[in-house]
Design a protein around this ligand. Sequence first.
Ligand SMILES: O=C(O)CCC(=O)C(=O)O
Ligand SMILES: [Fe+2]
Length: 342
Amino acid sequence: MAPTKYTNRTIPKVSLHDFENRVEEITAQLIHAAETDGFFGLTNHGISVTEIENMFETSSSFFSLPDDTKATVPFSHLNAGWEKNAQIRPSTGQPDQKESYQMQFGANMNGSWLPEETLPGFKNNSFTFMKQCQEVSEKLMLCFARGLGFPDDYFVKAHDISRPESQTVLRLLHYFEVDDKVPVPEGYYRAGAHVDWDFITLLFQRPGQSGLEICPGREASTSFGLGDEWTKVEPEEGEIVCNIGDLLMSWSDDRFKSTFHRVKTPSVVGEDYFGTRYSMAFFNQPCTDAIIQGPLGKYEAVTGKQFTQAAMNRNFAALKAKKEALEVVANGAKDGAAVAAA
Ligand SMILES: O=C(O)CCC(=O)C(=O)O
Ligand SMILES: [Fe+2]
């Protein structure tokens, strides 16, 4: 495969300081970023560097548990729980080189928490952090509602975390250290190229633990952006990287763009970061009974549950097509070898 083409893009930065007084200015900045890049760095959002670092410590205490313990809360079809080397991306056909644990506020999380005595304080710390993420998200939701001509609380109500129907997720991610002497097989990524299917994602990274790459939705014209130009996003202390998901793209009648992104498996010694990488992604998902339709009615109205199901179905269909294509290539290679041997 041809090597990735890289380009340095300026990443839009949006500060939420003095939110109440600056809401019009912030709304204009967010709408511009959503229409052009589909992603931006958020500063002065109210979650301190210490609070973020404490949640990273909480995350690492979870991943330090034996696999047997984590396997007691396995990934469920309700989008909660733990998985390891299991998420296969349609863009690569290979499992991501990582483990993750997904937590929710609502009923989908029943049975997916570890007992308190296994990891004292874990659930409480996680909820505190998730609520802080929700507060930040609600500010963004107010601005996006205004920008699209909806009532201020329109998106906030559709993402109400106090209801059992809530589907919002905090995903803790852990990418394993990579041996710089072992060549990376073709198509391997810590996380393969994808767009998120939520409303908007808040991504937390740790300074120095690089690897995130983005390809703004508007410019992505090839399959999964593989032939497009990518940009490396270096983690900045305290910053939240936000990207528009497919849900907001659809809810804005495609005015806002969801953004392709991925995490590279390190391969270039002296350039890439080979150590352990931790990240955390807060996915704003609609309540199962929320009604989704853009102001222009470009797409038929669907419920949050239907939207989520359709996104998962699309993912499975794309994955099946990728696997079949890989089999054709593998069989072709075998045929070629047979001819060469004859
Ligand atoms: O770990 C990261 O930086 C990205 C994770 C991600 O994109 C995802 O889980 O959807
Ligand atoms: Fe993502």
